[in-house]
Design a protein. Sequence first.
Length: 270
Amino acid sequence: MSARETLAGAVWEDIRAVRDTAPLVVNITNYVVTNNTANALLALGASPAMSHVVEDLPGLVRLSGALVVNLGTLAPDYVEGMRVAMALANEMGLPIVLDPVAAGVNELRTDLAREFLAQYRPAILRGNASEIMAVAGEDGQAKGVDTSMGVDEAGNAARMLSDTYGCAVLVSGETDLVVGGGREARLAGGSSMMPRVTGLGCTCTALAGAFAAVRKDFFQAAVSTAAAMNIAGEMAAERSPGPGSLQMHLLDALYLLDEATVLDRLKVVE
């Protein structure tokens, strides 16, 4: 069996584990993407809970398999909820997935991402190249929530953050880079239309929560996340004339993923 086939088998095992266990994934996320990310989790087979209310979060976190913290919306009540939820997750040994949305755009976002990374030690850090570079202290030339940098330009930043904080780092881009525990993987796929749909990066982060809930090797969980997004995005693009229908077909593709499709479509870049 080739290395690619072995990796495809691990990805399928993770997808099947999500479907078999339907882990509850608590999301404190950008208000723009709440519906999209909840539907993506449901399509994959997980159970989403979307909340930022301090009084609500402890009960949800105690029932969950993972916590996703997305810095897209930084209203004070959101940030307070993030702190409460992450502190409890740490007490429980619950994996946290952190998305440093628009890190590098201003000090608030950059400093908060660094603080959360250092204090709460997430299992997976997921962002685009500019965000990962900004969190690492490099100039990622961020432009809002988008990136002007290539994934390989963020390679050193990703390795440094992984080594320093013990997390897996998933850098999303035309080719995704996953770093963690001295291992690296690059996966291709998806579609050039995907950046034209609001919040597909946030969707990737949410799916990472589902995989982290079932796979305690968080490097592999991040690889499975990238693989699922790339394969589903590629499948969706084949049926979509534009970004509006791409979002709909992406949900269908996540739902329809099967072992043969993963083995056929997984693209590992050497």
